[in-house]
Unconditional design. Structure first.
Length: 292
């Protein structure tokens, strides 16, 4: 088959494939990698024997995403949820509209609660209408098992939304953004308003060494809203909002690489703790997605 024709067909599907990968992975850069992997798989395949190229490419990019999700879990040493295929599947509402905000911050965090197979089955079926026969080929299960994976993922997403988990993530982002707006503007009173009275700022050993070198931070811990507000007032100009393992926070990056993570604990609508993490080994275990 002519390679130029094949490349043109692939480019026609690229935007759709990227959308599939982004919803599965929640990361634009990883979605780019998955789409590229789909192209590599296509270039190695006998495309002349493919009856439906768009469907084949969807399967290829979904498999690449599934591999990446499993690798992500393995690196973080999190146990996979058991794949119990005996869970009964109730009514099957086709194309249920529960993924309205599927690429939003809150839904991205909720999807991280699913096992890789659940996430792939749920997103492919409910967001893109992929048949369970096709999903079965991606996850290596029977169509009935693929249906159950999607059903279980749907119930877990609905449960997370019902118990406020998704809303909590969205609210945390608002609080973290308010903190950095006040910090950059040097608005001391606004900082006090977003900080818990007993807030604690803790740097890890490497972050403390960096702080000592620059003269910005010289203590292993700061306690109290006034002390933390004084530390950050007029500061954090280069901090960028980010998801840290699915939770809103921020990073300071240099050379395209995260050097310091700002990890926030929010309780009762206030920032209760801020951890500064610069240890390379710890950073390497984190999934960091810098936001716009």
């Amino acid at each position: 088959m002519d390679r130029e024709w094949l490349a043109a067909r692939f480019e026609a599907d690229r935007a759709r494939l990227h959308s599939v990968a982004y919803r599965l992975l929640g990361s634009a850069s990883e979605a780019d990698d998955a789409v590229q992997e789909a192209w590599l798989r296509l270039s190695r395949a006998d495309a002349a024997r493919v009856e439906n190229l768009s469907a084949w490419l969807t399967t290829a990019v979904a498999r690449a995403c599934l591999d990446m999700l499993r690798s992500r879990r393995s690196r973080r040493e999190e146990p996979l949820a058991p794949e119990d295929e005996s869970i009964p599947d109730g009514a099957d509402p086709e194309r249920e509209a529960i993924l309205t905000e599927s690429v939003g911050l809150a839904m991205s965090a909720v999807l991280q609660r699913l096992s890789p197979a659940e996430r792939v089955a749920f997103v492919l079926h409910d967001a893109f209408g992929v048949s369970f026969d096709e999903i079965a080929a991606v996850v290596g299960r029977s169509p009935a098992a693929a249906r159950q994976l999607a059903s279980r993922g749907r119930r877990r997403v609905q449960g997370a939304s019902a118990d406020g988990g998704a809303r909590d993530v969205g609210r945390q982002r608002e609080i973290v953004e308010a903190f950095f707006r006040a910090s950059r503007a040097g608005d001391f009173q606004a900082l006090l308003a977003v900080l818990d009275p007993d807030v604690v700022l803790r740097p890890d050993a490497e972050a403390l060494r960096m702080g000592v070198r620059t003269g910005w931070l010289t203590q292993p811990a700061l306690r109290g809203a006034k002390a933390v507000a004084e530390q950050f007032s007029g500061q954090a100009q280069a901090a960028q909002p980010a998801l840290i393992d699915g939770v809103p926070g921020a990073v300071w990056a240099a050379g395209g690489k995260a050097r310091v993570v700002f990890s926030f604990t929010v309780r009762g609508g206030k920032v209760a703790a801020i951890e500064l993490i610069a240890d390379a080994e710890r950073l390497g275990r984190m999934r960091i997605e810098i936001l716009a």
